[in-house]
Write a protein that binds this ligand. Sequence first.
Ligand SMILES: *[C@@H]1O[C@H](CO)[C@@H](O)[C@H](O)[C@H]1NC(C)=O
Ligand SMILES: *[C@@H]1O[C@H](CO)[C@@H](O)[C@H](O)[C@H]1NC(C)=O
Ligand SMILES: *[C@@H]1O[C@H](CO)[C@@H](O)[C@H](O)[C@H]1NC(C)=O
Ligand SMILES: *[C@@H]1O[C@H](CO)[C@@H](O)[C@H](O)[C@H]1NC(C)=O
Ligand SMILES: *[C@@H]1O[C@H](CO)[C@@H](O)[C@H](O)[C@H]1NC(C)=O
Ligand SMILES: *[C@@H]1O[C@H](CO)[C@@H](O)[C@H](O)[C@H]1NC(C)=O
Ligand SMILES: *[C@@H]1O[C@H](CO)[C@@H](O)[C@H](O)[C@H]1NC(C)=O
Ligand SMILES: *[C@@H]1O[C@H](CO)[C@@H](O)[C@H](O)[C@H]1NC(C)=O
Ligand SMILES: *[C@@H]1O[C@H](CO)[C@@H](O)[C@H](O)[C@H]1NC(C)=O
Ligand SMILES: *[C@@H]1O[C@H](CO)[C@@H](O)[C@H](O)[C@H]1NC(C)=O
Ligand SMILES: [Zn+2]
Length: 412
Amino acid sequence: MYSKSIAVAAALASIQTASAAYYDSFTSSVNPLNVTLPSLPQTTSYDVATECTYYSPDPSLFSFTATQWPTIWQTATTNGMNTSTEFTTLYNSINWANAPNIAVRTFTAAGGISTVGYDTVNDPDCWWTATGCTVPKLANVNKDIFNCPEPETWGLSYDDGPNCSHNAFYDFLKQQGLKASMFYIGSNVMDWPYGAMRGVKDGHHIASHTWSHQYMTTLSNQELLAEFYYTQKAIKLATGLTPRFWRAPYGDVDDRVRWIASQLNLTCILWDDDTNDWEAGFSTPVQTVQNNYNSFIQMGTNGSMANTGNIILTHEINNTTMQLAVENLPSIIKSYKHVINVATCQNITYPYFEQTVAFPSFSQYVASNTSAGGSAANVTSTTSSVSSAASSVQMNTAVVVLMAALAALVVQ
Ligand SMILES: *[C@@H]1O[C@H](CO)[C@@H](O)[C@H](O)[C@H]1NC(C)=O
Ligand SMILES: *[C@@H]1O[C@H](CO)[C@@H](O)[C@H](O)[C@H]1NC(C)=O
Ligand SMILES: *[C@@H]1O[C@H](CO)[C@@H](O)[C@H](O)[C@H]1NC(C)=O
Ligand SMILES: *[C@@H]1O[C@H](CO)[C@@H](O)[C@H](O)[C@H]1NC(C)=O
Ligand SMILES: *[C@@H]1O[C@H](CO)[C@@H](O)[C@H](O)[C@H]1NC(C)=O
Ligand SMILES: *[C@@H]1O[C@H](CO)[C@@H](O)[C@H](O)[C@H]1NC(C)=O
Ligand SMILES: *[C@@H]1O[C@H](CO)[C@@H](O)[C@H](O)[C@H]1NC(C)=O
Ligand SMILES: *[C@@H]1O[C@H](CO)[C@@H](O)[C@H](O)[C@H]1NC(C)=O
Ligand SMILES: *[C@@H]1O[C@H](CO)[C@@H](O)[C@H](O)[C@H]1NC(C)=O
Ligand SMILES: *[C@@H]1O[C@H](CO)[C@@H](O)[C@H](O)[C@H]1NC(C)=O
Ligand SMILES: [Zn+2]
């Protein structure tokens, strides 16, 4: 009897352990396997002003209490979030004694990041902005992903969405059968939740791009944790999914930032080729960005990609960047064998903590291409869904153990 009680207690403890993850308290009314977008001019129009007219989301799909969230487009500790119960509980659950003792970086007078005094030769903090480092020096942090390993593979990624004016762009991707990795800004998700739902509905791989898009190495530990945490919560609220991957704005990541991301089980996805499209028409002529595209496209056929693929940095910012994507994708598809998202090129079946949505592995994706002489992009396998609900295998095991222990007690 005594030992059976212990078994029950152990099973209960096991359930508590299984449900202790930080994202378990997140809520969402959206079923990512059956996203139905309300039919509004904002979700269908191609007119930028119409698309970007603010709407009140259907409360049965997306609603939130502003006092429980950071201020949109400000550091995620704002609006009292650094003292909220949920954030304090999370903060205190982390063993900060293990955090690396790495300096918070500062800005130059010109507004860039100052690397003055940093040892760029030894690069002790694996600071990408200073050295391009992508292999952490610190043990026990998740290692960055920065390319697609398969030959002649273009890793398709778009940052800074969901942008209100993306309808023509997403329709184009859909028509071409392309699934991209989309790095969403938490503040944009809160402003344009239907845009995030559309990303999931279309089978794109959604990842985090922080709450307010700042140079992460310049933020305190507390601010970093909040930038990650509230973006996870926002993406879950709008899509029903919590990402396991994130991308550093400006690539500004070091081992302190990686360590905090790893506390939330987040892994950084960077890139190895940059189109610099974000500055097209601003500090760089559009033609210069087009030349960058041309080089990367040429690399697909001139032998440069014979042994490896890439991940290309491009943006969902506005008509300039999205139109560049639309104009170049047909040539990209012609010159590369595979144009795919990072989850598929890295065999990441579950890019979200929920195991409701699964992605094909690279070989599953290739096997699904049955078209004779057709374009790979038009037969990309769709995001397959698994039948099991959000509950984890771990939880089910614990429940089985508990029921077995209870049954044993009853028999006694
Ligand atoms: C999907 O959602 C729509 C609208 O919410 C609903 O009518 C439909 O029954 C759902 N389909 C499935 C397969 O759950
Ligand atoms: C919360 O952040 C504010 C500024 O954003 C700061 O003044 C305050 O000290 C912080 N509180 C805690 C508990 O860290
Ligand atoms: C893919 O199919 C669409 C029609 O569904 C077609 O318009 C488009 O040109 C095709 N793309 C390629 C690269 O063949
Ligand atoms: C999160 O990471 C910790 C430490 O690496 C690990 O023990 C835990 O199982 C992970 N949780 C999930 C849900 O992946
Ligand atoms: C898009 O943003 C860039 C950078 O701010 C800007 O230079 C460009 O003019 C914008 N394009 C449009 C169509 O607004
Ligand atoms: C392939 O094209 C790229 C971009 O134009 C160029 O940098 C590279 O040198 C070329 N490689 C070969 C083997 O021609
Ligand atoms: C989204 O696109 C619109 C229209 O091009 C642009 O005005 C706006 O600045 C963009 N918003 C963000 C947050 O990038
Ligand atoms: C960019 O703007 C032009 C002119 O309004 C429009 O025809 C085009 O579809 C837009 N492109 C995208 C990708 O939104
Ligand atoms: C993906 O899986 C294939 C087939 O098992 C394997 O050859 C390839 O190395 C894997 N790629 C990665 C990044 O693990
Ligand atoms: C799909 O098949 C076509 C034609 O056989 C081939 O050119 C393309 O590389 C294949 N794509 C994939 C992903 O295997
Ligand atoms: Zn960005």
